[in-house]
Design a binder for this molecule. Structure first.
Ligand SMILES: [Zn+2]
Ligand SMILES: [Zn+2]
Length: 235
């Protein structure tokens, strides 16, 4: 019989961090003491991967104390409204993304997405700003991909949930496609903020978790980012 493994949900990355792959986007759980945090909610409007992972771990969905959104994009907040309705979980996101999350402002989306994807607004209970603490996690504002993009940093454990401020692809760190960025120049600048943190475990919004050589992978990205991502916008 499978053990409840201390109530952790998702594939264990390191102690108390669970990874729930939600198709092409990642959802994470973080457990400290009695509190379980859900970082992002995936694309599914019925939070399918999350519901499945909690069921598999034999943990009630109501165990989630807070849902922390890294940013307002649909692949990260798709399941938020469902979780609010079905588990009465308070939702937290940065002030600059809150109008997109709660539906006051329509997000800017590529045409194909606008045609086929229905937005799914959700009320924001906790409006975050840079430097706020949510339990053991510190809010790090890293704008660019969206105005209110944030990473969640655990200083004692050197864990960073980076959302789309930096993502993993084929063993390297990179930025998401330029067409999804609100301000690419700002996104490149924000990499310096991430580099200033002492990170051993990087949990990106896309790709796979990185548990080795985070600093040198970030250095590599910071070095090539201006020519790789800003060349077109400079001329
Ligand atoms: Zn995004
Ligand atoms: Zn994304």
């Amino acid at each position: 019989m499978a053990k409840a493994s201390g109530g952790s949900v998702g594939a264990a990355v390191v102690d108390s961090v669970g990874w729930i792959p939600g198709g092409f986007v990642n959802i994470y759980t973080y457990r400290e003491g009695e509190e379980t945090y859900l970082i992002d909610t995936g694309f599914s409007r019925t939070a399918k991967p999350i519901v499945r992972a909690f069921r598999k771990a034999n943990v009630p969905l109501a165990r989630v104390g807070k849902v922390l959104l890294t940013h307002h994009h649909l692949d990260h907040m798709g399941g938020a409204a469902y979780l609010l309705e079905n588990a009465s979980v308070p939702l937290a996101c940065h002030a600059d993304d809150a109008p997109f999350v709660d539906g006051r402002t329509k997000p800017r989306m590529p045409l194909m997405m606008r045609l086929f994807v229905r937005t799914c607004p959700a009320p924001v209970a906790i409006v975050l700003k840079d430097g706020d603490r949510v339990g053991p996690l510190r809010v790090v504002h890293v704008p660019g991909h969206t105005p209110g993009e944030v990473a969640f940093y655990h200083p004692a454990r050197k864990i960073l949930f980076s959302g789309d401020s930096v993502v993993e692809r084929k063993g390297q760190l990179t930025l998401p496609a330029a067409k999804y960025a609100a301000n690419l120049g700002q996104a490149v600048q924000s990499l310096d903020r991430l580099r200033a943190l002492d990170v051993e475990v990087l949990l990106p919004g896309h790709g796979v978790p990185v548990t080795k050589g985070v600093a040198s992978l970030l250095d590599d990205l910071i070095q090539r980012a201006p020519s790789q991502f800003l060349r077109g916008s400079r001329t």
